[in-house]
Design a binder for this molecule. Sequence first.
Ligand code: ADP
Ligand code: MG
Ligand code: MG
Length: 199
Amino acid sequence: TTERDAAFVAAWLTASADAVRAEADRLTELDSAIGDADHGNNMRRGFTAVVASLENEPQTAPGGVLLLAGRTLVSTVGGASGPLFGTLLRRAGKALGEAERVTDAELKEALGTGVDAVAQLGGAALGDKTMLDALLPAVDALPDYAAAARAAEAGSQATIPLRAHKGRASYLGERSVGHEDPGAASAALLLGALFQVSR
Ligand code: ADP
Ligand code: MG
Ligand code: MG
């Protein structure tokens, strides 16, 4: 079975930062329809800081990379997405501990722990039109990285007809229907980046 090291996880986060930068305008457009039009900027600021922190404090373990990235997101992003994606990465990092190599199965389990922590922190479940609608099916599809990327994208598209029950979009009630959730779109970018670096 393939083992993953700190460089693999750092490459994932760097590829995520590139994807977020490339799609920041689209993410902000999605958030302008059902939120406060800052999601692209929040994600860009957060992931730019993640890449910088990994350069400044090189890590030797996959868990250490995820912990540092999660802490950085929490401390640099003011919006809801910072603590939520930050918690995902921190809890996944904590689950992996200090091992210098982890299997794809261990990575799946750790990311599952992180996604569960996001659900706990935000009080959201599948179908509430949040990032969880992309994250939950993606983690289920792991360790098949291609299937996970497809599941995240499909999960994000599936938020379009939903009514939001959590976060700012929920203030719109029925008017949140007909728009893709910005956080789910970001989650799909992160899973796409993971597939890209896994090949
Ligand atoms: P803010 O809403 O504070 O401006 P962002 O625009 O950066 O923060 O992020 C909004 C995204 O955060 C939403 O599209 C949604 O996916 C996610 N989100 C918001 N609240 C929750 C929650 N309680 N549980 C899970 N995800 C949430
Ligand atoms: Mg917003
Ligand atoms: Mg905001």
